[in-house]
Design a protein around this ligand. Structure first.
Ligand SMILES: Cc1cc2nc3c(=O)[nH]c(=O)nc-3n(C[C@H](O)[C@H](O)[C@H](O)COP(=O)(O)OP(=O)(O)OC[C@H]3O[C@@H](n4cnc5c(N)ncnc54)[C@H](O)[C@@H]3O)c2cc1C
Length: 406
C-alpha cells in the first residue's frame, strides 16, 4: 500500500463529515458515503498512519464466520459474505486467499465438556434460525472428517462450511480506501488531538499539524485508540487494547486437506494459511489485560510455552512445525460486552461511533460502515437494523454479551 500521496493539510476548513481513523471501519464508512447518490456532502478521513502498520486492521487473521452467539452478529457476517462475494474479485490479490473470495474451510469449535457442548448447541440453534449452515458434530464425526486430529478428549464440535473461513480482509481495506478516494473522499495523514463542543454538538477538531476544522458530523473509527479519541470530547468508552499473538508455521508434510479455523478448548486457534502452511493465534499466556497502544513487544514466549504444546497434541503431524513469520496485534476490546458500538452518542448527536469490535471487525466493516453512512444520510438504519449495537446500551447498562469471542 503506497502512502506517499497522503497530504497532511486538508483542502478545506469545514467538512460535512470527518472520520477519525482510515483503516477498515473508517474506509468502509467513507466508501458507503461516497457511493450514495443521496449524499452530496464533503468527507475528510484523518489517519495518523496511512501505512496502517500498527492498526488492528493490519494484524487481522482475515477470518469470517457466522458462528456467533448474538443474532445481529450472524446477520452482519452474512452481509459481509455477500459483500466479499460481490466485490472480492476487485480486491488487490492476496496469495493466501485465491479465488473464490472466501476460502470456505469453515470454523470448527471443539468442545471437551458436556457443559460447553450445551453452549455450542444453543448457539447452533440461534445460528440456524438466522440461516447459517452450522452443524453439530460428534467426536466420531470429527474423527471421520478430519482424521489428523487427536480427539480422545473431545466431546463434540460445531462446524459451518458455508461462507465461513478466510477472506482477503486487507485487500478489502485497500480497495475501499482507493475507491473512496477516487469518489472524492479526502484522506489526510494527520492526527486528531482535540475535539471542541458547542453545547451538545461537536463543533470542530484540532489536528496535530495545528489546524482547526469545523465539522457537521464527527465519526470515531479510531480502533484501538477509540477511547483516547473519545476522551477528547470528554466521553468514556469501555474499549482497551489487548495483545494477541499470531504465528505462521510450516511443517514437513502438509495435511492432505484444508485445516478449518479450529478453536481448541485451550483458546488457541489454528487454520490453513497458504497452500502448505498454517496460521495459529492466541491471547496472552497470563491475564488478558489492557496494554499500551504503542506496545507491540513479544512479552512472553507464546509459541514455545503455549502454542507448540497445544498444536502438537491436537495435530500430532505438527511436531515438525517451524515458525516462518509472527506478529503482535491489538484487539480493540470492548470490556462492557465484547461487541461493536455503532451509532450516535446519546447526548452529542453529531458524534458517531464505529468502534469496539473485539476481534471481529474485519468482517463487520461492510455492514457497520454501511449502517453509519445510513445514519449520517437518513438519520436511521435502512439496510440492517444495527440499533442493538448503539452507545445507548452502555448508558443504560444493558450489555449485549457476545461470548463467541476468539
Ligand atoms: C491479531 C488479530 C487478529 C484478528 N483477526 C480477525 C479476523 O480473523 N476476523 C475479523 O473479522 N477481525 C479480526 N480482527 C479484528 C479486526 O482486525 C479489527 O476489529 C478491525 O481491523 C478494526 O478496524 P478499525 O478500522 O475499526 O480499527 P483499526 O484497524 O485499529 O484502525 C483505526 C485507525 O485509526 C487511526 N487513528 C487512531 N487514532 C487516531 C487519531 N487520533 N487521529 C487519526 N487517526 C487515528 C489508527 O492509526 C488506525 O489506523 C483481528 C485483530 C487482531 C489484532
Amino acid at each position: 500500500m503506497s502512502t506517499s500521496d497522503f497530504h497532511t493539510t486538508p483542502l478545506r476548513s469545514h467538512y460535512d463529515v470527518v472520520i477519525v481513523g482510515g483503516a477498515t471501519s473508517g474506509s468502509s464508512i467513507a466508501w458507503y458515503l461516497s457511493i450514495n447518490p443521496d449524499f452530496k456532502g464533503s468527507v475528510l478521513v484523518v489517519e495518523r498512519d496511512p501505512s496502517l502498520q500498527f492498526s488492528a486492521t493490519k494484524a487481522s487473521n482475515n477470518c469470517i464466520r457466522q458462528q456467533f452467539a448474538t443474532a445481529i452478529n450472524v446477520q452482519i457476517a452474512q452481509y459481509a459474505a455477500d459483500f466479499v462475494k460481490h466485490f472480492g474479485a476487485e480486491f488487490p490479490p492476496d496469495e493466501c486467499v485465491p479465488n473464490p473470495p472466501i476460502r470456505n474451510f469453515g470454523y470448527l469449535y471443539l468442545s471437551n465438556s458436556s457443559k460447553f457442548t450445551e453452549v455450542l448447541k444453543v448457539d447452533q440453534t440461534l445460528q440456524a434460525s438466522c440461516g447459517a449452515g452450522t452443524q453439530m458434530l460428534s467426536m466420531s464425526d470429527i474423527k471421520a472428517k478430519y482424521p489428523f486430529f487427536y480427539t480422545d478428549d473431545i466431546d463434540s464440535g460445531s462446524l459451518n462450511l458455508v461462507d465461513e473461513g478466510a477472506f482477503n480482509a486487507f485487500g478489502m481495506v485497500q480497495w475501499l480506501r482507493c475507491a473512496a478516494r477516487d469518489n472524492g473522499v479526502e484522506y489526510i495523514r494527520n492526527e486528531v488531538i482535540g475535539v471542541s463542543l458547542d453545547g451538545s454538538k461537536v463543533r470542530s477538531i484540532k489536528l496535530q499539524s495545528g489546524g482547526q476544522i469545523t465539522v457537521g458530523t464527527l465519526v470515531n473509527a479510531a480502533g484501538t485508540r477509540a477511547a483516547m479519541v473519545s476522551r477528547l470530547a470528554g466521553i468514556d468508552l469501555p474499549i482497551e487494547a489487548r495483545r494477541r499473538y499470531t504465528y505462521i508455521f510450516s511443517i514437513d508434510e502438509p495435511l492432505p486437506q484444508d485445516l478449518p479455523l479450529t478453536i481448541d478448548p485451550t483458546g488457541v486457534h489454528l487454520r490453513s494459511y497458504g497452500a502448505k502452511d498454517y496460521l495459529v493465534g492466541c491471547p496472552p499466556i497470563g491475564p488478558d489485560t489492557a496494554v499500551d497502544v504503542n506496545d507491540f513487544s513479544f512479552a512472553e514466549d507464546a509459541w514455545g510455552e503455549k502454542i507448540l504444546p497445544v498444536i502438537t497434541r491436537r495435530v500430532p503431524q505438527f511436531a515438525s512445525a517451524r515458525v516462518t513469520n509472527s506478529w503482535i496485534g491489538h484487539y480493540e476490546f470492548n470490556t462492557f460486552d465484547h461487541n461493536a458500538i455503532v451509532g450516535p452518542h446519546n447526548e452529542i448527536s453529531n458524534l458517531l461511533f464505529c468502534v469496539g469490535f473485539s476481534g471481529h471487525g474485519s468482517q463487520q466493516a461492510p455492514a457497520c460502515g454501511r449502517g453509519v453512512a445510513e445514519l449520517i444520510i437518513y438519520g436511521k438504519f435502512q439496510t440492517l437494523d444495527l440499533s442493538v449495537l448503539s452507545y445507548k446500551r452502555i448508558m443504560q447498562n444493558r450489555p449485549l454479551m457476545e461470548r463467541a469471542v476468539i
